[in-house]
Design a protein around this ligand. Sequence first.
Ligand code: DC
Length: 221
Amino acid sequence: MSRILRIAVDGPSGAGKSTVARQVAKALGIDYIDTGAMYRAVAYKMIREGISAEDRDALKEMLAHTEIDVSGCDTLLDGENISGKIRTPEIAKMASDASAVPEVREKLVAIQRELGRSKSVIMDGRDIGTNVFPDAEYKFFLTASVPERARRRWLELRTKGQDISLETVASDIEKRDYNDSHRALNPLRKAEDAVEVDSTEMGQDQVAEYILDVVKNEKTE
Ligand code: DC
């Protein structure tokens, strides 16, 4: 691939963004960047240090001494691999709260832009097409119904041995949807020029193939 390609995949939690984006990255031989993992890393450190999203001074001080790297397969926080520790409902909730704090977004968005500056990437998140790379070559907005997203997330959590009811997962998802799309700064919304894909009735392979078709077809034009 000769020119730099930025592919934005946004959408609510549980829409299957990361699985699909990972698959597309592999097929195209480009990097996959999970921006949600960056917000989760901040949340993980906040919980560990007992800092709430309202405690802005402590949070700013913490951010000044925080290094986050998701450029490989793992999420590194200050050099420590925390990949296996950030997929819990508690961290998801704190990540959603942290993501509304301007200083948090400012720091993470700067890292994200740098990652896509000199090489091709597929990045998933909430504001990639609207804010991080408004000029991305390709933008997708992945959705699925709440019951379907809850079912997928519930299965994933159960596989990891977490004992949680489907109803709790569905209500957590609804709360997070609300939080993420109602915050003042870069809320979750579809970019006007993004292609919307409703994956409620689609398998993840099908969604990945669809994205690959769009990217490959346009590339040869
Ligand atoms: O995709 P995820 O569930 O791992 O994301 C965790 C939280 O991070 C989510 O509730 C919203 C926030 N987030 C964000 O505000 N902007 C992004 N680009 C990615 C995630």
